[in-house]
Design a protein around this ligand. Structure first.
Ligand code: ATP
Ligand code: MG
Ligand code: FE
Length: 333
């Protein structure tokens, strides 16, 4: 079967073609316009999706060397995400399905981040644990089957990606700051500054205290040394990254112990972080886990993960009707 996948939940317009479970194209149009505002402006995001969606889909079809007539079903991100952004992808998918008289498949964006692990080999086996760390979410999910997922831990305030991005803002780095902190952290000393590890019960997370600690640290140091941010940028980045990674992995370790599960995956934009990837691999060796880390292009938002999720729903004939609408909030379980 040939599935067209559409992603438009935030600031990436993406389209992908999947043929019998194999990804043939994954076109991603990122929106540069938000950088100057220091974050995603929802109203602008919807407008740019509207401009980008048709050319992005056309390119995905051309690159996969198929035609519109060959497509058997269209899968789209129904939620969670920005409503105006989701409306563009949803409306496009509905129109395409209606015009071509093919089935329509809804996909949960957070499930899709996890199902990106079924694009390539090796693949985790059920049940596995997935730490999903992105711009809007930080979750530990017990994945029992493709679409049978249980949320066993989540953030009580900021997401891990937000912690990276807000720290970057304090350091006067442009949005999105996550990738830049990763880059500078590789040049710095992670022990230079000590930052608190929050004491949160169970498998939940909190990152708002860390952000405040960094703000106070920088404010204090700048009084002593006005060029502190320039002088110690790399050390601050390394210290912050090390703390975020330790918060994430300590909870993941706890979840693995509690559930007895040994197949451990990460997903979402922050899973592109080199410090997290390295530390997870080391922890996996120590505890004899089978560790699964997605390819970089499948970490941040992309339609390949939507197409692969759509393919597995297509096999079950799990279709939706034309009365479907997007959901800003959409639980994973
Ligand atoms: P959600 O999936 O929760 O709706 P989103 O789709 O906006 O949110 P993603 O695209 O999955 O999130 O991830 C974006 C986030 O990943 C941003 O916060 C960005 O800073 C962060 N990020 C990307 N690369 C890295 C990196 N190398 N290190 C740290 N953070 C990173
Ligand atoms: Mg994005
Ligand atoms: Fe995402």
């Amino acid at each position: 079967a040939i599935i067209l996948g559409i992603e438009s939940s935030c600031d990436e317009t993406s389209a992908s073609i999947c043929i019998d479970g194999e990804i043939k194209s994954n076109i991603i149009a990122s929106q540069a316009i938000h950088a100057k505002y220091g974050g995603v402006v929802p109203e602008l995001a919807s407008r740019v999706h509207q401009q980008n969606i048709i050319p992005t889909v056309d390119q995905a079809i051309i690159q996969a060397e198929v035609t519109k007539n060959d497509i058997d079903a269209v899968a789209f991100t129904r939620g969670p995400g920005l409503l105006g952004s989701l409306l563009v992808g949803t409306s496009f998918a509905k129109s395409f399905a209606l015009a071509r008289k093919i089935p329509l498949i809804e996909v949960n964006h957070m499930q899709a981040h996890i199902l990106a692990h079924f694009i390539d080999n090796p693949r985790p086996s059920f049940p596995f644990l997935c730490l999903t760390v992105s711009g809007g979410h930080t979750q530990i999910v017990l994945v029992k089957d493709y679409f049978d997922m249980e949320l066993i831990g989540q953030t009580l305030d900021d997401a891990a990606g937000e912690a990276f991005d807000k720290t970057a803002k304090i350091l006067n780095l442009p949005y999105p700051g996550g990738p830049l902190i990763d880059k500078y952290a590789q040049l710095g000393d992670p022990k230079a500054f000590s930052l608190p590890e929050p004491q949160i019960p169970g498998l939940d997370f909190s990152f708002s205290g860390l952000k405040t600690a960094i703000l106070y640290l920088v404010q204090r140091k700048v009084v002593e040394n006005p060029t502190f941010l320039e002088d110690y940028r790399d050390d601050v980045c390394a210290s912050v990254q090390e703390r975020i990674v330790s918060i994430l992995l300590n909870k993941l370790k706890k979840a693995a112990k509690q559930t007895g599960v040994k197949d451990i995956a990460i997903a979402g934009g922050v899973s592109a972080n080199s410090g997290l990837r390295t530390a997870l691999l080391a922890m996996g060796e120590r505890y004899k886990w089978n560790v699964f880390i997605p390819k970089f292009e499948y970490c941040t938002d992309n339609a390949a993960m939507i197409a692969i999720a759509g393919y597995h729903k297509y096999l079950k004939k799990d279709f939706v009707g034309q009365d479907i609408g997007p959901l800003a909030r959409m639980p994973i379980g």
